[in-house]
Design a protein around this ligand. Structure first.
Ligand code: CA
Length: 446
């Protein structure tokens, strides 16, 4: 486990005023990494850290040569147009740069004057996907989600017997992952509705979101060299929010026998700032399962994982329809879920399981947690569950009904960690919007 150190001190304040507001997502205790440039410009992409309502341009800071030792090497890598080389440097380098940036951005910093010249307002920037994502794996780590979905797809056999033993996952597609703000067309695909024996190609009518966490791998492992549970955390760079957009009607027809394919790979949206594993250290909680659930196999068990392998975050899903946008209405919350009640596995367990057969992970690889659903109403991370497969529409505040997403709907994820004695930190926003299907395709089922 990572120690709590001076960078987590709740008394720390930044010379960037907005970072000191109690509800700020990006106080000086957070310091998440992303890749930025001025919106609409042709500038080089470069690494940055969010602080209050500003981004600290790390390529500009690197040119000032204020740092020495491992932090000086780390900032050169973190300033690049993708964060892969920085991620690969490992936990000590990440920690050295975090500590150095914390000192530079603190109230009373002797370098405040020059550093103010390296700040860009968040309102003026655009983001790139922060790493070259070589591989993307999506897990299925919420037992409530797995049970709810299983019940809809296989009423007689909702939770398959392997679920309680294997962290279930599949290899997804990295090429369609974009940062927050992604707008994508409603996907086309094969649908075979009830009563049909021949499928038709049509726009998905059961388009959904999935609330997930994304985990970026830091330093990887060699092929053939599994990552033991005891050192799994050393390979976690940090977390973002992830929307695994899903076309349920395509999924229902195609998913057997090999699992998700075109129902999932048309778009995946991530929040642009990666909250580091070290920033989340104060929010670790015991790994606990409900009474009667089995203990994981020994290779997925360690004292540290039992004592503090889980993470206490709260995540929200909100929707903003076209009508809401037109009338100036704020997004409306659909879901609030706490991470420990959703996750059947810890994130370090997912890393260890992924490599137990010798599979190699590389810096910048992305792991999705799987849809985060809690046990109670209003804590489910997908419309499929909230509407019970489309049978129970949700009535929004303005009277609109939703079973699945309509064209023009935007879905917004937010998340934060808070605990007495520590500063609240947030993830920013993961937003995506559904555009109409491409025109001119026919053959739909009535
Ligand atoms: Ca998923």
């Amino acid at each position: 486990m990572l120690p709590i150190n001076e960078t987590h001190d709740p008394r720390l304040r930044s010379f960037v005023d907005a970072a000191n507001a109690p509800e700020a997502d990006f106080p000086i205790q957070n310091l998440p990494f992303g890749v930025i440039r001025r919106a609409g410009s042709k500038e080089e992409w470069r690494g940055a850290v969010a602080i209050g309502d500003q981004a600290l341009d790390l390529s500009a800071v690197a040119k000032l040569h204020l740092l020495s030792g491992p932090a000086a090497q780390a900032i050169q890598a973190a300033a690049e147009p993708t964060l892969n080389r920085f991620m690969d440097m490992g936990r000590d380098a990440h920690g050295a740069l975090r500590a150095a940036l914390s000192r530079l951005l603190a109230e009373g910093s002797p370098h405040e004057g020059v550093l103010r010249g390296c700040l860009v307002p968040l309102a003026d920037i655009e983001h790139a996907v922060p790493a070259r994502i070589g591989d993307y794996t999506d897990f299925y780590a919420s037992i409530h989600h797995a049970t709810n979905v299983g019940r809809l797809f296989r009423p007689d056999n909702p939770l398959l017997p392997n679920y309680r033993w294997v962290p279930i996952g599949y290899h997804g597609r990295a090429s369609s992952i974009r940062v927050s703000g992604q707008r994508f067309s409603r996907p086309m695909g094969q649908v075979c509705g009830a009563g049909h024996t021949v499928p038709a190609l049509q726009p998905s009518r059961r388009l959904d979101y999935e609330l997930e966490l994304g985990l970026f791998i830091g330093s990887g492992n060699a092929l053939g060299a599994p990552i033991p549970i005891e050192s799994a955390e050393e390979h976690i760079f940090g977390l973002c929010l992830l929307n695994d957009w899903s076309a349920r009607d395509l999924q229902a027809w195609e998913y057997q026998p090999l699992g998700p394919f075109l129902a999932k790979n048309f778009a995946t949206t991530i929040s642009p700032w990666i909250v580091t594993w070290e920033a989340l250290a104060p929010f670790r909680v015991p790994f606990q399962r409900a009474d009667g659930e089995p203990e994981p196999l020994p290779y997925l068990t360690s004292l540290a994982n039992t004592v503090a392998g889980a993470l206490d975050l709260t995540l929200d899903v909100a929707i903003e329809t076209e009508a809401m946008r037109a009338s100036g209405q704020s997004p409306e919350r659909l879901t609030r879920v706490r991470l420990p009640e959703a996750m059947y596995w810890t994130l370090p367990q997912l890393v260890t399981h992924h490599t137990v057969n010798g599979c190699n992970l590389a810096a910048g690889d992305l792991l999705g947690s799987g849809t985060l659903s809690g046990p109670s109403p209003g804590s489910q991370g997908a419309l499929l569950e909230l509407t019970e497969g489309g049978k129970k529409p949700i009535t929004l505040g303005n009277g609109e009904l939703r079973t699945f997403l309509e064209d023009g709907d935007a879905v917004i994820f937010t998340a934060w960690a808070e605990r007495d004695g520590f500063r609240r930190i947030g993830f920013g926003e993961c937003r995506g919007e559904v555009l109409p299907a491409p025109v001119g395709v026919s053959g739909a089922h009535a």
